[in-house]
Ligand binder design. Structure first.
Ligand SMILES: Nc1ncnc2c1ncn2[C@@H]1O[C@H](COP(=O)(O)OP(=O)(O)OP(=O)(O)O)[C@@H](O)[C@H]1O
Length: 308
């Protein structure tokens, strides 16, 4: 479903440049994300996608350029960016392994709780009310992401695909208006990837715009209203999935040969085969991810969890 809107953007990145010594990892990138949009950011390995995310979320202070959320320039401090309404997940899973699933989500909630240190230490009525409200919200998010029955499990005991879901639940706990996902399906099998696609649609439908980095081109082209392509730190092309897939420069720099037919067809067949219990369809204990793009451009070949 395409839901491109003409409203003011939630995110506006203008002329974002990031240099590391002599290396310009991101060069003068402009990007806007509007309410109700799912926007993809793709490009070969080392193109600058994660560096750009880090500039958006205050982990890096861009060498040049500005990043605004709903019209206000974001301070380059991650906790202030989260507080403003921008949440993210990371390429490598960053959960608190020895905390429960619920506790991990509660950690993500802390930017939305106002109770101070003394209130927390004295455990007064205000603190208890806030704690109960946070817990209720965290449980709602676990229901939403399908993890409610695992609330008391240690996060390290979750299967890989559920750990990735938990990261998303934790990011959603800060009630973001914009969610940034860095390779959310890396290492997933086709069923997990399909479930993640549904989850991202549901997040968008609940009112959170999404900007997503991914090497799985089927996932990107199924999901995104708009896709921006970074190559060597610069935005090469931006447009709908159809426009991007057929752009000769993108094909040459990243995609290899273009898709034939509907990019969802092959994936749907894989999922059906796996669900029918076809031998080998979930290969590698569910940790491999045969991505959609043809050609070998930029990490589009199979990856394993160890590589994340
Ligand atoms: N902190 C840093 N210091 C120096 N160079 C860096 C730093 N972070 C990233 N780079 C370099 O910036 C370039 C862009 O890297 P980045 O990780 O942003 O690419 P990417 O598009 O996210 O790649 P991938 O798809 O492999 O995750 C690379 O050449 C990388 O080595």
């Amino acid at each position: 479903m395409t839901t491109i809107t003409t409203t003011n953007p939630v995110l506006t990145a203008t002329g974002v440049t990031m240099r590391f010594g002599g290396l310009t990892a991101v060069r003068s990138v402009d990007l806007a994300v509007h309410p109700g949009e799912i926007v993809g950011l793709i490009g070969p390995n080392g193109a600058g996608k994660t560096t750009f995310f880090n500039c958006l979320t205050g982990l890096y202070v861009p060498t040049e350029g500005t990043v605004s959320y709903k019209g206000s320039v974001l301070p380059p401090k991650p906790h202030l960016v989260t507080q403003a309404g921008v949440a993210r997940t990371f390429q490598n899973i960053r959960l608190f392994a020895n905390m429960t699933v619920l506790e991990n989500v509660l950690v993500g909630r802390h930017t939305r709780t106002r109770e101070g240190l003394w209130s927390a230490l004295l455990r007064g009525p205000g603190f208890k009310r806030a704690e109960a409200a946070s817990k209720e919200r965290a449980m709602e998010l676990l229901e939403f992401t399908g993890l409610a029955d695992k609330a008391d499990h240690l996060s390290r005991n979750l299967p890989y695909g559920e750990q990735r879901k938990l990261e998303i639940a934790r990011a959603l706990a800060s009630d973001p208006g914009l969610l940034l996902l860095d390779e959310p399906t890396a290492g997933m099998n086709p069923q997990e990837t399909r479930a993640t696609e549904e989850l991202v649609f549901a997040i968008r439908d609940k009112g959170t715009a999404v900007l997503v980095i991914e090497h799985d081109m089927r996932f990107i082209f199924n999901l995104c209203d708009r896709v921006a392509v970074l190559v060597q730190g610069q935005k090469l092309v931006e447009g709908t999935s159809d426009v991007v897939q057929s752009d000769e420069r993108v094909v040459a720099a990243y995609l290899g040969t273009p898709f034939e037919g509907d990019p969802g067809e092959a994936e749907a067949a894989e999922v059906e085969a796996a669900e029918a219990g076809a031998a080998g369809a979930t290969g590698g204990a569910g940790l491999t991810n045969t991505t959609g793009a043809t050609g070998d451009a930029g990490g589009t070949t199979a990856r394993t969890e160890d590589e994340q």
